[in-house]
Design a protein around this ligand. Structure first.
Ligand SMILES: Nc1ncnc2c1ncn2[C@@H]1O[C@H](COP(=O)(O)OP(=O)(O)OP(=O)(O)O)[C@@H](O)[C@H]1O
Length: 326
């Protein structure tokens, strides 16, 4: 285990930002801290970095008690949402900075910087100033700079948060590939469930100062520990007293299956490859998500009567607890 967090509590005045949090983060993995705004993700990351100190509890990094170590002594690299580069220095010099202040030999610095610029695909921009880069390129430079000093742990706080959706997506894929190449233990904060599901080996869901669940993307998605995780990880809809994912539902016409509920189609929306069908029953509105290939053969339209059922083996939640459909 690379990072051990034991019983960490952090208060700001009377507000409890982290409440007795314990967590093991494995070496060499890409771990996401995921949760809603204000839940405590950044505070936890800053405590690992040494930028904030816990009121109680312990932080261990690679077997060393880091609880009272300064950030410089923890050998961590950071990248934040708005990365502060040295504006008057070229990309190359920005990346070299950490090595130069450590007085590493010139040849070694040059070779390492070239290697890092290649890794983040910025070789051709080495002599530009940071202001001459796009937002995505600047965040890649920030990552190269953080990696230059070979940190034990790389900490990323919403590193792509300020970028537009398309660039975010590209950088996400790129971060995953980069991590597969360098394998440095990486922790990144995000409030975007899709980003966490796509990139992380392991996800820690943090809400209201405590951990709701830790698991792989599949575990969280398929076996959410509670309603909060189920709702946070993806869309849900309610059928009777059960929460279920809209794309897990089945729609049929004709005679209703014994376990189906019946309603009328009150809305049909097409979003890319997905068809969202709203079915209104006597007492609820159910959202069903189908592919075009599933929807077209049904031959249904607005106002038609349809039956909705939860197929066997689908993970559902009831108010307050989890159940699996029989
Ligand atoms: N220096 C501080 N002084 C007072 N309150 C703080 C301070 N830093 C954080 N908080 C509070 O602690 C709570 C947790 O903040 P934190 O930044 O860890 O949340 P987060 O999960 O990272 O949210 P976001 O995604 O919005 O950054 C918030 O309610 C925040 O207002």
């Amino acid at each position: 285990m690379s990072i051990e967090i034991a019983n960490v509590t952090k208060r700001f005045g009377s507000f409890v930002a982290l409440d007795d949090v314990s967590l093991s983060i494995p070496s060499g993995r890409l771990t996401a801290l995921l949760g809603p705004s204000g839940g405590g993700k950044s505070t936890l990351l800053r405590i690992i970095a040494g930028l904030e100190s816990a009121d109680s509890g312990k932080v261990e990094i690679e077997g060393v008690d880091a609880t009272h170590l300064s950030p410089q002594k923890r050998n961590v690299g950071f990248v934040f949402q708005h990365y502060a580069a040295f504006k008057h220095m070229s990309v190359r010099r920005n990346v070299a900075f950490g090595l130069e202040i450590r007085k590493r030999p010139k040849d070694e610095v040059r070779d390492r910087v070239n290697e890092l610029l290649a890794l983040v695909h910025l070789e051709q921009f080495a002599d530009r100033l940071p202001a001459q880069l796009s937002g995505g390129q600047r965040q890649r430079m920030a990552l190269a700079r953080a990696l230059a000093v070979e940190p034990t742990v790389l900490l990323l706080d919403e590193p792509f948060g300020a970028l537009d959706a398309k660039v975010r997506k590209e950088l996400r894929d790129w971060l995953r590939r980069l991590h597969d190449e360098v394998h440095v233990t990486t922790i990144f904060v995000t409030h975007d469930q899709e980003e966490a599901l796509e990139v992380a080996d392991e996800i820690v869901v943090i809400n209201d100062g405590h951990i709701e669940q830790i698991g792989t993307p599949d575990q969280l998605y398929d076996e959410p520990a509670n309603n909060f995780v189920m709702r946070f990880l993806g869309p849900v809809t309610q059928v009777g007293d059960r929460l279920v994912r809209p794309h897990d539902l089945e729609l049929h016409t004709g005679d209703p299956a014994p376990d189906a509920v019946t309603g009328r189609i009150t809305r049909i929306t097409r979003v890319g490859f997905e068809i969202r069908v709203e079915v209104t029953t006597d007492d609820q509105v159910i959202l069903v998500s189908l592919t075009r290939a599933q929807f077209v053969p049904l031959g249904v339209g607005m106002g038609d009567t349809v039956h909705v059922r939860i197929p066997a083996g689908i993970s559902t939640a009831t108010a307050g607890r989890l159940a699996t459909a029989a």
